[in-house]
Design a binder for this molecule. Structure first.
Ligand SMILES: Cc1ncc(COP(=O)(O)O)c(C=O)c1O
Length: 338
């Protein structure tokens, strides 16, 4: 039994999800004729109370399309310094949109309205035009931390007052919604664009959606084609997404409990340093002597437990739908014996 905690992207489709994929109605989506994709796009837009959605292969693509459509070359984007859009998308903001980034030092990946306000460039020909704010919820490198919705509303106010668009990288928004008891519609009301992933906590093999108003998504669809993301009979993938939205959201609570169980075991050990507060399914902790993150991961690997060293002193474990209660018990026993 391999206990793979490297990421929630390592899930494999369940038999029921595969069955839904196997029996999907499909067509050519570049021509708008894939019934399953059309259904998934309509269903997700409706969930968030937004006008439209476009299905893409990855969260990187939905984020990059969102940025491209909101900006002009030479613009500046405000985001937290550990944002996925900035550190993990291959320099895509520069490559695809020709924009520069003003990074803010936030609190576990979250930034505040005051910081955003301070980060906006004055209207001065020497300065890049600030045009977009990008938030991440939950935050990946912030250890799955969640925004308080009221703080997002304050950021929105600053954006409205300063004519800035507001994008959400909601790769793991589902985890935040469950942890904070929030609704997708709250988010749909505040953001100009939202990227949501189906292939993280929700367990599909592929797929993300970009949500926004009709005109915005029309432009996004064009950019998706330019980026090479127009797919044909991808309804097989959309069917997995529909299955996930119908069946895999509420169960995220279990993943959050598992993450807390891991934390409770780690906290008792002398080799554990600072553990980031665990709010959802991500556990990031400092590893102390006699281990380094690499040697700690190697030690766990001897017990078929896979974790991810993510910095010179930190290891990450992510719980997900392929991690069972039995696996957590095994992991806890191994940690206790180390
Ligand atoms: C916060 C966040 N945004 C975006 C992405 C990109 O998603 P994808 O791997 O589908 O490109 C990830 C991937 O892990 C992520 O963690």
């Amino acid at each position: 039994m391999i206990i793979d905690l490297r990421s929630d992207t390592f899930t494999k489709p369940s038999p029921a999800m595969l069955q839904a994929m196997f029996t999907a109605a499909v067509g050519d989506d570049v021509f708008g004729e894939d019934p399953s994709i059309n259904q998934l796009e309509a269903m997700s837009a409706e969930m968030f109370g937004m006008e439209a959605a476009v299905f893409c292969p990855s969260g990187t693509m939905t984020n990059q399309i969102a940025i491209k459509v909101h900006t002009q070359p030479g613009d500046e984007i405000i985001c937290e310094k550990l944002s996925h859009v900035y550190i993990y998308e291959g320099g895509g903001i520069a490559f695809n949109s020709g924009c520069q980034v003003k990074t803010l030092q936030g609190e576990r990946g979250r930034i505040s309205a005051e910081q955003v306000l301070e980060g906006i460039n004055p209207s001065d020909i020497h300065k890049a035009k600030t045009s977009l704010v990008s938030l991440e919820n939950t935050t990946n490198r912030g250890g799955g931390s969640c925004y308080k919705f009221a703080d997002i509303e304050l950021i929105k106010e600053v954006c409205v007052q300063n004519n800035l668009k507001l994008h959400l990288d909601g790769a793991r928004l589902w985890n935040a919604l469950v942890a904070k008891n929030e609704t997708p519609k709250q988010y749909g009301e505040v953001f100009d664009s939202i990227s949501i992933c189906l292939s993280k906590g929700l367990g599909t093999p592929v797929g993300s959606l970009l949500l926004g108003q009709k005109e915005y998504i029309k432009k996004a669809r064009r950019v998706r084609k330019v980026f090479g993301g127009g797919m044909r009979q991808a309804g097989y993938l959309a069917a997995a997404g529909i299955y996930a939205l119908e069946n895999n959201i509420e169960r995220l609570e279990k993943d959050h409990q598992h993450a807390k169980q891991i934390t409770a075991a780690l906290i008792k050990k002398e080799f554990t340093g600072v553990i980031m507060p665990v709010e959802t399914n991500i556990v990031i902790f400092e590893v102390l002597a006699p281990y380094t993150p690499k040697s700690f991961a190697a030690e766990l690997a001897k017990f078929s437990i896979l974790s991810m060293p993510i910095s010179a002193n930190q290891v990450r474990m992510v719980t997900h739908l392929d991690i069972t209660e039995t696996m957590i018990k095994n992991l806890v026993a191994v940690i206790e014996a180390l």
